[in-house]
Design a protein around this ligand. Structure first.
Ligand SMILES: *Cc1c(COP(=O)(O)O)cnc(C)c1O
Length: 396
């Protein structure tokens, strides 16, 4: 877990760097998503510490705004939500990335919904349920074409039959049937309809064999925003809830009516004058063309700032975007202030909602040739998360 600082006001104390997490923005995004999927329940996906935003505060804010499910990848992440005080009355919690020997018994006792992608997992969960004398909630995952986790169509009858038998023995209850898209972020991609057809067939087969799931679900953020016929009973949204566009093809977060939740800011650590011809940072990949001023930004790749954005990554210092010049190092990088001076301690905003003219995580994704998911998720443990606007009573 990352260090978390809770504040009521938006004025953060001075720090080397901080990631301010606007929980009012998160709640507003949940409202926007619910309006786009009015007939489906909402699972707030809070895996990987809520994509770097802090799992517990984000989970609570999503529940306040109407999510009724929480989703994580690993069982450890799901158990941490329960340990953090999110009870079964507060939310259903599902996790789907299991490996042999994982804590099935703890998952059953915590009332988790357990994603099951194959026979080995069904055997382990059944054994654990039998040992505890309890019934495990399981959700069978179909691979409808993603080619990653999930059960292949050819293996589905065997998994369904084994799950049905385990239900009749009282060890499990199949609470869900679900799958995941490969290309929902590419509108019109031919795999989308093929996956929908495969999903309907696999669900119909399982129901024909006597399974009676509470929820059938397939949609991630891009599918939630663009494919109403893929919503089924539940949508699982992560990135949109954090106010970040799933892909440039779907538009910016503003185009989608979403507000970025994370603002990453640092204090300028040093400003100095250097002559023309001065090399900057490891490898001297940047050499000053004229006498200039350099500003030192005290965050680097250990903090999740992508090294391959060296030479390009944008930062708002003063009223202007500056670029990371020379290599981004482990703990710091340098911007060329072009002869301007700012005080040490001045605010440098790497990304945020964009209101103050700062770059967005989507701008950093472009600079680093990656996706914005990776930008926010990789922000490191050394950067404190400062959660603001925790109290929903001031929401508009
Ligand atoms: C991460 C994840 C999601 C959420 O995806 P977003 O694109 O961030 O909405 C949904 N379902 C599964 C299985 C996931 O792993």
């Amino acid at each position: 877990m990352t260090q978390s600082v809770t504040q009521s006001a938006t004025q953060a104390p001075p720090m080397r760097a901080r990631a301010e997490i606007d929980l009012a923005a998160l709640r507003a995004n949940v409202g926007t998503i619910r309006a786009r999927a009015p007939h489906a329940a909402l699972m707030a996906v809070v895996k990987s510490d809520a994509y770097g935003h802090g799992a517990l505060p984000c989970a609570r804010a999503a529940l306040q705004a109407g999510a009724t499910w929480l989703g994580t990848a690993t069982p450890q992440e799901a158990l941490a939500l329960r340990a953090g005080g999110i009870t079964e009355a507060d939310a259903r919690v599902m996790c789907w990335l299991w490996t042999p020997g994982d804590p099935w018994g703890e998952g059953i006792e915590a009332g988790l919904d357990l994603g099951i992608s194959g026979l080995w997992a069904l055997r382990e969960v059944t054994d654990a349920a039998r040992a505890l004398g309890r019934t495990a909630r399981i959700q069978l995952k179909a691979d409808t074409g993603l080619g990653r986790n999930g059960c292949q169509p050819g293996d589905w009858p065997e998994l369904v039959a084994a799950a049905r038998a385990a239900e009749e023995a009282g060890h499990v209850k199949v609470t869900g049937l679900w799958s995941h898209f490969a290309c929902a972020d590419e509108p019109g991609h031919p795999s989308i309809d093929l996956q929908l057809t495969a999903f309907r067939e696999m669900v119909a087969y399982a129901q024909g064999q006597g399974l009676d799931p509470e929820v059938r679900h397939l949609a991630n953020s891009p599918a939630t925003l663009t494919l109403p016929h893929a919503h089924f009973d539940l949508v699982r949204t992560g990135i949109a809830m954090y106010g970040v566009s799933p892909s440039p093809e779907l538009g910016t977060s503003a185009d989608l009516g979403l507000r970025p939740v994370m603002t990453l800011a640092a204090s300028v650590a040093l400003v100095k004058e250097v002559p023309a011809g001065h090399g900057v940072s490891y490898g001297h990949h940047y050499v000053t063309e004229r006498d200039t001023t350099l500003g030192l930004i005290p965050v680097g790749y250990a903090d999740g700032i992508p090294r391959n954005a060296s030479g390009r990554g944008p930062v708002l210092v003063g009223d202007r975007w500056r670029r990371a010049r020379g290599r981004i190092a482990m703990d710091q990088f340098v911007v060329d202030l072009g002869g301007e001076t700012v005080e040490a301690g001045a605010e440098a905003i790497l990304f945020g909602p964009g209101d103050r003219g700062e770059p967005t995580a989507e701008d950093w994704a472009r600079a680093a040739d990656t996706i914005a998911y990776e930008i926010v998720t990789r922000i490191g443990k050394r950067i404190p998360r400062v959660h603001v606007n925790e109290d929903p009573s001031h929401d508009r």
